[in-house]
Design a protein around this ligand. Structure first.
Ligand SMILES: [Fe+2]
Ligand SMILES: [Fe+2]
Length: 137
């Protein structure tokens, strides 16, 4: 992968973080039931971390002389709690695979600083995946 392809992939990562934020906001506001209370508390932490991820990605894209995307991938609305959490998990798992690839690619391209700044995204995405797997039982 060349640098241009790498920046394009980072921009797709950024668009997925926008989607993640929108999805969590809708799910946090609409999921009801005492059995989901602790999960909702976790999702409220996730959504703020997704904002940090989006900011980190946008800064790296700018650093690599790209233009951070403003394109939003709109998630399908979800009203059923389990379905909502399954969608959240599917998105986190897809992001986890992408961030593993991205850290590797950054190192291959001789961009260790970029790889380092992506490390927290990878780690927190791992935690989000774990939280959601736990919530779904
Ligand atoms: Fe994220
Ligand atoms: Fe996440």
């Amino acid at each position: 992968m060349d640098r241009e392809g790498f920046v394009a992939a980072l921009n797709q990562d950024l668009e997925l973080e926008y989607q993640s934020m929108i999805q969590y906001i809708q799910h946090i506001a609409t999921i009801k039931g005492a059995e989901y209370q602790s999960t909702l508390d976790e999702l409220a932490i996730h959504v703020r971390q997704e904002l940090d991820h989006a900011l980190a990605l946008a800064r790296q894209i700018d650093f690599l002389r790209g233009v951070p995307s403003t394109r939003v991938r709109e998630p399908a609305p979800s009203t059923e709690p389990r379905e909502a959490l399954e969608r959240d998990l599917a998105l986190e798992e897809a992001q986890l695979v992408r961030y593993r690839e991205r850290v590797e690619q950054a190192n291959e391209l001789g961009l260790p600083d970029v790889a380092e700044s992506l490390a927290p995204l990878l780690q927190q995405t791992q935690e989000h995946t774990r939280d959601l797997r736990g919530a779904l039982g």
